[in-house]
Design a protein around this ligand. Structure first.
Ligand SMILES: Cc1cc2nc3c(=O)[nH]c(=O)nc-3n(C[C@H](O)[C@H](O)[C@H](O)COP(=O)(O)OP(=O)(O)OC[C@H]3O[C@@H](n4cnc5c(N)ncnc54)[C@H](O)[C@@H]3O)c2cc1C
Length: 388
């Protein structure tokens, strides 16, 4: 087996490293502490380089960068801690519109997304529909050439920066759960849309969005009426490894190493000399390497023209669960002072470890919880029976 990347992929990596060194400045990273993992200036620079178009498959009219190139893209930006949470949604929604959408959506929405002008948020989850997203109750009713939308979505991340939301709605309550759904793209400035902030324990800001008699024309429908579940399946297909960050532990390990090297215990021995600390640091580094090969395996399967499914779950489950474990280990290493947040006198490593520790639990929830990923792996890889 040859694990080496091609010269094209390596050149792309070098280009990305240079880009990150220039544009992902400490100020850009610092800004993520506002809770919004997006920076317009950086986003436009990424778009100017054609990397958003590049992420779209060539058969859909995009630049067709290979899955391996996209794995390099995600890896380099994530390792640089670039705030790029908007990009995964853009690639996903633009791809689905290009595959299943009408000409209006293709000309009205796709260029704005891929030229870096607009963001789109994902309006799937509701207060009573998360893992079981098909339990969606937000209603869309036909009124001549228009649709009237009423309901509430929960966790509509990035809606406060976005121009659009891809919205899963129920159009026929009489049909079985998965068959009465229809997908829309809804402009977030439409009258009747309300966006309320939800601040998570992990600093990240997300939103609750409310739809009160929101009227849109039929042009905004994505896919056929009552075929929303097919559109959802296409959405999952196009996530292309963006969901659930594979390398969240990288900056954490760096901060932990820094602390262990520069601090001493009461006997004057450097913390890094402690065998438990050393073992945990090394295990975390090995885990990070495992995250990398899992991500590349997913890309490799996609590059071979096959549809990955369980591999995405494996990567997401492993990286988020290990990240949470690493956070616990390193917070433990810091002792009680580890709980001091950034900006507080005495906070170690600028509060980096504490911040990650608060953030880690949500990574095991969004993009599908760990239990859902385990079910998926158990059923579709290990051949175990369905639990529910
Ligand atoms: C910070 C954040 C950002 C998010 N961003 C978005 C977004 O942008 N757009 C969006 O649409 N959604 C978003 N989500 C929602 C996210 O996808 C859901 O929270 C997630 O799918 C879980 O759904 P739920 O919260 O309703 O929990 P539930 O589905 O109610 O689950 C509760 C518990 O039951 C377990 N459980 C549920 N079903 C099963 C089962 N079949 N087998 C075993 N255990 C099960 C779960 O694992 C969990 O532990 C976000 C969530 C968070 C926290």
């Amino acid at each position: 087996m040859n694990f080496a990347l091609t010269p094209l992929e390596e050149n792309f990596r070098a280009e990305l490293r240079q880009f990150c060194a220039e544009h992902v400045t400490p100020e850009v990273r610092e800004q993520t502490r506002s809770g919004t993992l997006h920076n317009w200036e950086l986003h436009r620079k990424i778009a100017e380089r054609g990397w958003l178009w590049g992420a779209i498959l060539s058969e859909l009219g995009g630049g067709g960068r290979s899955p391996m190139e996209m794995a390099v893209f995600t890896e380099e930006l994530q390792l640089a801690c670039a705030p790029i949470d908007g990009i995964g949604n853009i690639v996903l929604v633009a791809s689905v519109i290009l595959e299943l959408g009408n000409s209006f959506l293709k000309s009205e929405v796709v260029p704005k997304l891929l030229n870096g002008e607009s963001l789109v948020s994902l309006g799937y989850s509701e207060p009573e529909a998360g893992s079981d997203v098909a339990a969606c109750r937000t209603k869309a009713e036909r009124d001549g050439e228009q649709w009237i939308i009423n309901g509430q979505k929960m966790w509509t991340t990035m809606a406060h920066e976005a121009d659009f939301v891809i919205l899963l709605t129920r159009t026929d309550p009489e049909l079985p759960k998965h068959r009465g759904l229809t997908m829309f793209i809804v402009p977030l400035d439409a009258p009747g849309v309300e966006i309320q902030p939800v601040h998570t324990i992990g600093t990240e800001r997300t939103n609750a969005t409310f739809y009160d008699n929101v009227r849109i024309t039929d042009n905004w429908r994505l896919g056929e009426v009552n075929q929303g579940w097919q559109v959802m399946l296409a959405c999952l297909k196009y996530e292309r490894g963006f969901a659930g960050g594979q390398y969240p532990s990288a900056p954490l390990i760096e901060a932990a190493k820094q602390y262990a090297q520069s601090h001493h215990n009461s006997e004057g021995t450097a913390i890094i000399e402690n065998p438990v600390v050393r073992e945990r640091l090394v295990r975390a580094m090995i885990d990070l390497e495992a995250c990398r090969v899992l991500a590349y395996r997913t890309a490799y399967i996609a590059a071979a023209g096959e549809q990955f499914g369980v591999e995405g779950s494996m990567t997401k489950l492993f990286s988020s669960e290990r990240y949470q474990q690493h956070c616990n280990w390193f917070l433990d290493m810091l002792g009680p002072e580890g709980l001091l947040q950034w900006g507080t006198a005495g906070a170690h490593e600028d509060g980096e470890i504490e911040e990650n520790w608060r953030h880690a639990p949500v990574t095991t929830i969004y993009g599908g919880t760990s239990e859902i990923q385990r079910n998926n792996i158990a059923e579709h890889r290990l051949g175990l029976p369905r639990s529910r």
